[in-house]
Design a protein around this ligand. Structure first.
Ligand code: AMP
Ligand code: ZN
Length: 460
């Protein structure tokens, strides 16, 4: 079996991955707060952990991986959006969840096995909070429940910082009822205009961090394999998840491997509304940038490096994918290409995987190329609409693309007889070649004859 190595934030090392149970490898990834369209940065963890999900399914078997990614559908940002728009909260969250699924679907992301919504797990959160209070890890005061950070000795281990350093660096909310400024909210009171539930501490709503702890426990248990998210979540969100889960369930270890993707930037700058370079996945799709292109650009940078989105990269990615899709449109299957799996198994080296795919395309190894695209989530079983060429079937597009690639290879090897044979053959078959800076394009002529095309293709 392939050995997967993953960089574990907790140990700061690349480690060999050994699942707790090979028959059920479990992963939890923090999902979006649903009040608006996902911005481009939000899509990065989705794509990164989708590739990991595909790799785990390849190595352990499709039915032996469980992936949970939540929706945070109770949050003050959602309340504000509802108040501003005069719409019910549930309308906003429903609509945003559907947008998210559509947009991530356009990026080729598989749906996780579980997509829990926080509001459906309130009783589980209450139970967990009660346990934390009973064991001295939390206290109720003035309708709030707070986690007593100093009660958990390991606090700060994930990000490798001391509690005092974290206090100095963080914008912690100082409230008169807190025992310690570092203590964080597990439960807070709601007024009539805010969403709320009955609880032993009065009418209120949960804090953000307890959601993930309660949902991960309910769906995956007290110990599971991988926990992921963007590195902006490492502190305080993930530190707090660990503290809550390990104190409520000391019999388990919560997540064994912690993985964090680096942030996405735009043309070398942090993406922000004030810089005017803030945009959503939908904005790009609406501009005609295909989801596959967005995904390809993301995967060309390793997930632990900052990734820079540029229009130039998108243009290059489109030209490359166009060429590849035309090749995989050829009839044929997909055959496992081990070096590609090894690249992904090396802490998700998608950059290396893409280099390998380039080589496969140049060598005309269409079945391995198709396999590579599948592993990266770039192949959904057919040539995408934006690549289709008028008047040709997918198979014909594949045949012509393969001939063009072979002609290029022949020219490189100075085998001009073969290059000319292909060029003349295509002319006889009624296919006109047009050389452009992005590569060779082609058109159908009135004398097009697929039988001649097949003859030329088979005659190499
Ligand atoms: P949020 O809805 O803000 O909690 O974010 C949802 C996910 O998107 C989290 O895993 C974040 O870490 C991630 N994320 C947010 N901004 C970026 C960014 N600029 N680059 C990469 N990931 C991001
Ligand atoms: Zn979370």
């Amino acid at each position: 079996m392939t050995t997967i190595k993953l960089h574990n934030t907790r140990t700061r090392k690349k480690e060999e991955f050994t699942p707790l149970n090979e028959k059920n490898v479990q992963m939890y990834v923090c999902g979006p707060t649903v009040y608006d369209r996902a911005h481009l940065g939000n899509a990065r963890p989705v794509v990164v952990f989708d590739v990991l999900y595909r790799l785990l399914r390849h190595v352990y078997g499709t039915d032996h991986v469980t992936y949970a990614r939540n929706f945070t559908d109770v949050d003050d940002k959602i309340n504000t959006r509802a108040a501003e728009s005069g719409r019910p909260i549930s309308d906003i969250t429903e609509e945003t969840i559907q947008w998210f699924l559509d947009d991530m679907g356009a990026l080729g992301a598989l749906k996780p096995d579980h997509m829990p919504r926080a509001t459906k797990y309130i009783p589980q959160m209450v139970t967990m909070i009660e346990k934390l209070i009973a064991d001295g890890h939390a206290y109720a005061v003035e309708g709030h429940v707070l986690f007593r950070v100093r009660s958990y000795k390991e606090y700060g281990k994930l990000s490798g910082r001391s509690v005092d350093d974290m206090i100095a660096g963080a914008r912690v909310e100082v409230a008169p009822f807190k025992e310690d400024p570092m203590d964080f909210v597990l439960w807070k009171p709601s007024n009539d205009a805010q969403p709320g539930w009955d609880s032993p501490w009065g009418w209120g709503r949960p804090g953000w961090h307890i959601e993930c702890s309660a949902m991960a426990y309910e769906l995956l248990g007290e110990s599971f394999d991988i926990h992921g998210g963007g590195n902006d979540l490492m502190f305080p969100h993930h530190e707090n998840e660990i503290a809550q889960s390990c104190c409520a369930h000391p019999e388990g270890g919560f997540a064994k491997v912690w993985m964090h993707n680096e942030m996405l930037q735009v043309e070398g700058k942090k993406m922000s509304k004030s810089l005017g370079n803030f945009f959503t996945v939908r904005d790009l799709l609406d501009q005609g940038i295909p989801g596959e292109v967005i995904r390809f650009v993301f995967l060309s940078t390793h997930y632990r490096k900052p990734m820079d989105w540029t229009a130039e990269k998108a243009r290059e990615a489109e030209a490359t994918l166009r060429k590849w899709y035309r090749l995989v449109g050829l009839a044929g299957g997909s055959s496992c290409y081990d070096p590609l799996i090894q690249a992904l198994a090396d802490d998700l080296n998608t950059h290396e995987a893409i280099s390998l795919i380039h080589a496969l395309a140049n060598a005309g190894d269409v079945n391995a190329l198709r396999f590579g695209l599948e592993m990266l989530g770039l192949w959904q079983g057919q040539i995408p609409k934006w690549v289709e060429i008028e008047g040709f079937t997918d198979a014909e597009v594949g045949t012509v693309s393969d001939l063009i690639q072979r002609r290029e290879n022949a020219r490189k090897k100075k085998d001009f007889a073969e290059a000319d044979r292909i060029r003349d053959g295509l002319t006889r078959a009624g296919v006109k070649l047009v050389d452009t800076p992005q590569g060779t394009e082609f058109e159908k002529l009135p004398n097009y004859d697929v039988n001649v095309l097949d003859e030329v293709w088979g005659g190499a």
